[in-house]
Design a binder for this molecule. Structure first.
Ligand code: AMP
Length: 411
């Protein structure tokens, strides 16, 4: 049998796991600063949680969900995104008494997409959500947070913020009807793929990458004509806030986002350095979604960042190799070694031990790993109850007992 990982999945190890853990720490610390609490939801949920809310005609639901029947015939899905599980969690844990709710989560998502650089079938997302505020300051806080986190993780990369407003759901429905008509009248100039979306999902044609579609989309009716005054003011206030925070952005009226639940503010952070999978973070408002899932009728806004895409842009993190290496001359000295190992563990002193009883080889290994200290155990050390600490920088060897070994190691 040939062993291989499932297509579109990957192991995270070496530098990547160091970076991954660094990302988690930076995100958690930053979240704490702004009082966002972490929620971890299960990686599978009842399929109904996703089917309607994400849009039965959305790419995710039509083609990308990993759905299977459980033995008791329940239909389950590996979570393809985090917003709906977060809302489910807030509802089933009764979190809505104290509004607004500010939460975040980090973990794996699953989508059966065509794998390529920056696009996988299992990937990890960072997710931030605010439930229960209409204030444009919630939009501003979330976008600022996304911008700050990207800057902390990728201090040397450039990214662009694209911003749009889709108006309220009722306006969006009117707009979709007008858009469908426009594309229908011009359908012989559309790509085959977009033609199929004329009725079901005309918004998605606006962000097609096909040249003919792009040309046609340029002259399509604009969402702008459909936005209510109140929503225009919300959007203007948000833009002023972004200017105040020194965050530059580009208004992009073609930006619609893939999932059905979005309305009002939508945004994406993109980079020029990742080829076609260039979106690092995507998000927006989803007023109405919480009520649709059985929660109170309160608004929501959030975003998701792709950790793998951030990893691709991150520089290596230098790691210190200050582990103590142990070198033992033969197996009869095991008891003396066990005492040492217990002491090092209790005193929080990181060490490396490979169950090999060969002084020469252990010393060579410590050299090649650039250890700072080696603790040597030979017959003499055992008989007279001491240990020899060798400092690799100077070659100096010091005989010590356990009581004073800590000071010698730290010298
Ligand atoms: P979305 O949930 O589609 O709005 O995606 C939010 C972010 O998750 C994107 O901007 C990407 O950074 C990341 N992402 C989405 N799909 C994938 C995927 N298949 N592989 C890797 N990252 C992804």
């Amino acid at each position: 049998m040939e062993l291989r990982p499932i297509r579109g999945t990957h192991d995270i190890l070496g530098q990547d796991i160091i970076k991954y853990n660094f990302i988690k720490k930076v995100v958690s610390d930053y979240a704490n600063l702004r009082s966002f609490s972490e929620i971890q939801t299960p990686i599978f949920e009842f399929s109904n949680l996703f089917l309607k809310p994400l849009g039965e005609q959305s790419d995710v639901v039509l083609k990308e969900m990993y759905t299977f029947e459980d033995r008791n015939k329940d239909l389950l899905t590996l979570r393809p995104e985090y917003t709906t599980p977060m809302i489910r969690s807030a509802i089933t844990n009764n979190l809505f008494e104290d509004l607004p709710i500010k939460i975040f989560g980090i973990g794996p998502m699953f989508r059966r997409e065509r794998p390529q650089k920056g696009r996988y079938r299992q990937f990890n997302q960072i997710n931030f959500e605010v439930f229960g505020s209409n204030d444009y300051l919630a939009d501003l806080e979330l976008i600022t947070l996304a911008n700050d986190i990207l800057k902390l993780l990728l201090p040397n990369s450039k990214f662009n913020l694209n911003l749009n407003t889709l108006g309220q759901r009722k306006n969006l429905i009117e707009y979709k009807t007008k858009l469908s008509k426009y594309f229908d009248n011009n359908k012989n100039r559309l790509s085959n793929e977009s033609r199929e979306k004329i009725k079901s999902n005309p918004l998605r044609i606006l962000d097609s990458k096909n040249d003919d579609d792009v040309e046609l989309s340029k002259r399509a009716p604009s969402i702008n004509e459909f936005i209510d005054n109140e929503d225009k003011i919300h959007f203007e206030e948000l833009k002023k806030g972004l200017n105040l925070n020194g965050i530059s952005f580009e208004e992009n009226h073609q930006l619609v986002r893939g999932l059905d639940y979005y309305c009002k503010t939508v945004f994406e952070f993109k980079t020029d350095n990742l080829g076609s999978q260039d979106t690092l973070i995507g998000g927006g408002r989803y007023d109405g979604l919480i009520a649709k899932l059985g929660g109170p009728n309160i608004p929501g806004i959030g975003w998701a960042a792709g950790i793998e895409r951030i990893l691709l842009l991150m520089q290596d993190i230098e790691t210190k190799n200050d582990k103590i290496h142990l070198a033992i001359s033969n197996e009869n000295l095991k008891n003396h070694l066990i005492k040492l190992i217990n002491f090092l563990t209790k005193n929080n002193l990181p060490f490396y031990w490979n169950y090999k009883y060969n002084l020469k080889k252990s010393l060579a290994k410590a050299n090649s790993k650039k250890a700072t200290n080696i603790i040597i155990i030979g017959e003499d050390e055992y008989k007279n109850n001491f240990y020899t600490v060798k400092k690799l920088a100077t070659g100096q060897q010091i005989k010590v007992n356990l009581d004073s070994i800590k000071d010698t190691l730290n010298d």
